[in-house]
Design a binder for this molecule. Sequence first.
Ligand SMILES: O=C(O)CCC(=O)C(=O)O
Ligand SMILES: [Fe+2]
Length: 199
Amino acid sequence: MDLFSSEKTIYNLPQAELIYIPQFYKQTEANSLFKNLLDNVIWQQDNITLFGKTHKQPRLTALYAENNNYYTYSGITMKPHPFSKLLLKIKNDVESVSKHTFNSVLINLYRDGKDSNGWHADNEKELGTNPVIASVSLGAIRIFKFKHRTLKHENYKLELEHGSLLIMKGEMQHFWLHQIPKTKKDIGERINLTFRFIA
Ligand SMILES: O=C(O)CCC(=O)C(=O)O
Ligand SMILES: [Fe+2]
């Protein structure tokens, strides 16, 4: 993995630190990771219940972990699969750049612009206080929006590019929310891998 051409940007925000590395993986490697994951990840689509109504989650997901602990978020409980060789390789790459250790990865597949991920924080108890979450994006560019829970002028968007790595740390999961909104643009699939340490 050649990091020379990647321009790392650090966003120091009130009660959050965000690091964005656009070319964490270069085009050729990112393309092959995307294809391999699309074909080999064990995708599932769960139901979510919002305001008493049950819907299909607007994307496919998968959980891989080094342990067998179930992970519950937004009322969904996921049973992990063991890490594949490829996912372990990506985990090692992410760990060496972020200088953090992860034991799980939650993977999202946004099939087109109608798939999305609503406003939330990754603040489950099992993630601990001030979790570091490292997020690899492959495929179509999507907008990542984030906003402070109480400082209303603190809201931003970032384009998450093919092959990029975004690291969320500090108090971000306590004080901020993030989302991937739907888009009307005619876009293709996007895979996102969020590496976490789940106790
Ligand atoms: O798709 C993304 O970039 C964000 C995913 C996310 O926020 C999550 O899975 O918790
Ligand atoms: Fe998230």
